[in-house]
Structures are given as C-alpha cells and as structure tokens.
Design a protein around this ligand. Sequence first.
Ligand SMILES: [Mn+2]
Length: 306
Amino acid sequence: MNSRGGISRPIELLGARIGLGGRCLETRDGPTAMRNVGLAARLARRDQPVRDLGDIVARDMARIPGRDPGGALIEEARRYSLELRDAVEAILARDALPCVIGGDHSLGAATQAAVGRHARRVGVEVPGIIWIDAHTDANTMETTPSGNLHGMMLAAVHGLHVPAFEEVVCGGLRDPRRTVYVGARDIDAGEREIVERWGCRIMTPEEISQRGPDRAIEEAMAIAGGKDGRFSVSFDLDSLDPSIAPGVDCHVPGGFDWRTAERILARIGASGAAVAVEVVEVNPSADAKGVTARLAVEAAGLLCGV
Ligand SMILES: [Mn+2]
C-alpha cells in the first residue's frame, strides 16, 4: 500500500509458547490454537510472503502463590524474554513485519523492547505504542496485587524496575507519553497512579463508543505515531467483551463488541504504520468452540494490513 508501512513488508510470524506470566498456564497453547484455525492462510490472503518462524518455548516452572512468583519463574521469564527479543529484533533487521502471537502478555516486554532497540540502532525516531487491552500492565513488584508478570511488563518497558524484565528492556525503553491505551477498564490503584504520572493517554471503551471508533483511533495513531508516524501495536483478546471472546485468562466485562474492534484493527492495519504486531492472551482451555482463536486470527490479519 505504501513504502513506509507494514503492508508492503513481508510478515514474519513468531509464536510465543508462554503462560508463566499469567494466572493460567494454558495461554501457552494460544499460538497452536491460532495456527489450527487458519492463521497462515489468513495472513497469506494478499500476495505478500509470510514466513512462520515457529515457537519460542518457555519451560514449565512452579508458580509460588502470592505477590512474588518466585526466583525460578522470574529467571525463566528473563531467559525467554531475551530469546524472544533477539528473535523479534532479527525480524526488524530484515525489514520484515513481526507478528508475535501468544501466549501471555509478559511476552510484550520482549517485542516492545526489540522495537525500541532496533529504532535506536538504525537511528530513527523510537515508535510509540498502541495498547489494546482491558488492562494497563503497568504494575511493579511493589504495586502488583497478583504477582503476575503479564501485568508488569509495560512498567519495565517504560523504565521502572521489574527484575524479570530488567535485562530485556536494556536499550529498548519506550516513551510513555507516546503510549495510548485503547479499551482499558480494569486498572489497579497502584498502576493508575503510575500511568497518570507518566502521562499516558487512556481511552476507555465508554469514551470510544461515545466518540466513535474512527475518531478515537485516529487520535491514538497521532499520539503514538509522533513525527515519523510509526508505532507498534499490541492486541490483548481481553479487550473484547468476554461474551464474544471467552477464551482469555482475565475476563473483564464491558469490552468491545466485534464491530468496534474490527473497525479499530482495520484502520490501524490500513495505515501501514505499525512496525510490529502482537496478538496475545488466547486461552484455549476457556475456548471450547475456538471462537476466541478465530477472532485472534482475524485480528492478526487486520493489524498486518491483510
Ligand atoms: Mn489484558
């Protein structure tokens, strides 16, 4: 469609077989579920090449209940994050569009850090972030009520200390004033203070339905895009209402209907401005009919401009 955006670039697909960062381990099977309902065919609908790089796999670790998931789990999160980050950075270095499918959202530290590192290495403006999610994922080990790493990775990406992600975000930090939350509606008290202090733009589903998705997403792309107009985008299936997307880890009522989400995803994809795409938190153990996996596949296609 144009020379600056993702649409003209080949797509490289990377599965993140990771569930350690969430409440339920089964999100590690999200990439398999998406492939089983036709992800490759959906992405190949236009004649741009799609290369499937397979999965990055997290080792199973015992999760210690409570606000500290334990040293062994944190060490494994550090390890898989570095492996995933380097894989995403290699995709960007090939001038391809990374499409990372998950997997719990802790994988976002790797993807988002890779985008920041790559931009600095090639000397372009660091892109902003469009984060489509029921959550803001900005807790630290001090503020987290749950101890789940999938709720902390953006704190690290924006420069706060989270031990699991300290190394992975090195050289890859992102500017929180260029981060726009789309669909956030379940924000813990501690992280609310953090995202407000940072100056992140938060668009609730209510605001988006009042203004209309087109105007809202244009504003989101303008803020995240900065001067160069580039951003990365992360889509958590729990941004959708649980009535249409039951196969997630954290169910939060009041999410997007598909018509609204489709509009948002299609406009982002059509802009050609996304430098990296994530589709995360598909939980097959709560998705008996595969409806959530199918929506995830459609979301990946739309975001990649296909
Ligand atoms: Mn979420």
